[in-house]
Design a protein around this ligand. Sequence first.
Ligand SMILES: Nc1nc2c(ncn2[C@@H]2O[C@H](COP(=O)(O)OP(=O)(O)O)[C@@H](O)[C@H]2O)c(=O)[nH]1
Ligand SMILES: [Mg+2]
Ligand SMILES: [Zn+2]
Length: 301
Amino acid sequence: MSALITGSVIASFGRHLMVRTAQGAELRARPFGRSLEVVCGDEVRCRIDPRHEEVHVVEVLRRRNALWRANSRGGAEPVVANLTRLLVVLAPLPQPDLFVVDRYLCAATAADVPAALVLNKSDLGVDPELAAELDSYAAAGFPCISCSATSGAGIEGLLAALTPGTRAALVGQSGVGKSSLVRRLLPEAGVAVGELVREEEGRHTTTAARLFDLPQGAALIDSPGVRDFAPAVSGLDERTLGFPEVAQLAAACRFADCRHLREPGCAVRAAAEAGSWNPRRYESYRRLRRLYERLKATRGR
Ligand SMILES: Nc1nc2c(ncn2[C@@H]2O[C@H](COP(=O)(O)OP(=O)(O)O)[C@@H](O)[C@H]2O)c(=O)[nH]1
Ligand SMILES: [Mg+2]
Ligand SMILES: [Zn+2]
């Protein structure tokens, strides 16, 4: 017989995991069985097989929450678990895809995790158009921390958000500076996932994330850059899809089941047309609505 131990998953790359035990040992592990989905941030129970020197995760303890994304079949896949905050990172360069930002925010709302934006590379300057978009986000309840991993400007604002006990995940497009921010906050961090990556060579993997403990008692999860992201259908509020502005405006729609597209008397569409709600955010809502209906249909098949 082998012992069962509990630990935290501090790195995940596909089915390659790093588990930290309560004693602080870091063990390479794999999920036991095909159906067990384990992600960075999970609390797990492991079985150590001393003969084969293998560690198997046999159980994922109940998650407080998780960021769920939709896969191509319309199903839900966890990305990271047990967060207290989602930080969606963007930068003047690469050109921000705000529709991706929006969809991350919707996933955070679905998970009931407070989200904020981090505008990195502030040293490159922020054009008025992007500044106006950031104002819209702030009005919707998503404040923005502006900083530069390179120059260090504004880093104290990011640190202030990482109070003791916080567990925040950095997500966003590749190249926005997520890993650079971790390195700025924790210069000795390096790229510890490298080891896990090599083993997986030649295989298709979709998940890689790494948790770092910060000296002030917060933890930061760095995640791989994405080109696109869609929140899982199952967790989204059918009415609002996770847009706080829709939640607020929809009270004045003529129909209780308004989808805020072509319906007569739609207060959401009216607000976007009048410009009292950012029309780009409304367009984002419409796109997510189309995706939502498509994924739901796929899932139902
Ligand atoms: N100008 C500028 N470049 C940055 C800043 N932060 C990161 N970069 C650069 O952006 C590129 C991508 O950074 P990286 O941390 O790998 O992005 P990630 O894909 O989001 O993890 C690198 O070439 C960094 O040197 C910043 O604050 N200002
Ligand atoms: Mg990175
Ligand atoms: Zn409506």
